[in-house]
Every structure is written in C-alpha cells, then in structure tokens.
Ligand binder design. Structure first.
Ligand code: 5GP
Ligand code: ZN
Length: 110
C-alpha cells in the first residue's frame, strides 16, 4: 500500500509520534500551520471520513485530540480540529486524519 501515513504507522517512514494505542496514532505534521499541529488517525487505512463505518472510533480519535490539546497547553486557549474529505477540501493524504491546530490565533474559515 503506497500510503505515507501507513508507512509512518508501520515504522517504515519516520514520524514524530506523540501518542499511540492499539487502534490510533498521533504524530506532528511535517509542515506545521500552527505552533501545535498534530495529526490524529486510525492505524487502519480508512481513506476518508466519508468512508467511516465505526463512529465510535471517530469519538475516540476526538478524545485523543482533546487530551493532546491539553498536553500541548492549548486546551484553555482554544484550538481547532479539522477533517478534510475529498478533492475540493484539499485532502492530500487519503488516510483519515484529524488535524489538531493551536498555539496561535486561528483565522476565520473560508
Ligand atoms: P490533508 O490535506 O490530507 O488534510 O493533510 C495532510 C497533512 O499531512 C498535511 O498537513 C501535510 O503537511 C501532512 N503530511 C504530508 N506528508 C507527511 C509526512 O510524510 N509526514 C508528516 N508528519 N506529515 C505529512
Ligand atoms: Zn494509510
């Protein structure tokens, strides 16, 4: 499978991993858009949020994102969780992931 995130998960490619458990992993974005920019995702290859079947998994990923926000010190300041899905969203990597962005004032969506 030619998926960069699967290669990071398997250890074939490097990544700055900040959390993992049996089903999920989180590592820092290689091109951070904010002082805190972490990607949280399932270890299994689900191409996008549009193809999710287990919505419990999505809740657990959000729980991890919230905990990482606290650990990064942005829990009180505020942060943004983003999930891109499909071509017009700009999704680059077709392996479901949540962006955790924080540590600066984030502009309005648009
Ligand atoms: P998307 O546009 O798919 O929602 O987000 C993909 C994100 O993955 C981008 O923010 C991009 O910087 C990040 N990314 C792409 N390739 C790599 C990589 O090899 N390692 C890491 N850590 N992040 C990556
Ligand atoms: Zn993958």
């Amino acid at each position: 499978m030619d998926c960069i995130f699967c290669r990071i998960i398997s250890g074939e490619a490097p990544g700055e991993i900040v959390y993992q458990d049996d089903e999920a992993i989180a590592f820092r974005d290689i091109n951070p858009q904010a002082p805190t920019h972490i990607l949280i995702m399932p270890k299994s290859h689900i191409p996008s949020i549009a193809e999710v079947e287990d919505y419990g998994l999505v809740g657990r990923l959000v729980n991890i994102a919230n905990e990482l926000a606290k650990r990064e010190g942005v829990g009180e300041r505020g942060y943004r969780l983003v999930i891109n899905s499909g071509p017009e969203s700009g999704q680059e990597v077709p392996h479901l992931h949540i962006h955790l962005l924080g540590g600066r004032v984030l502009g309005r969506l648009g």
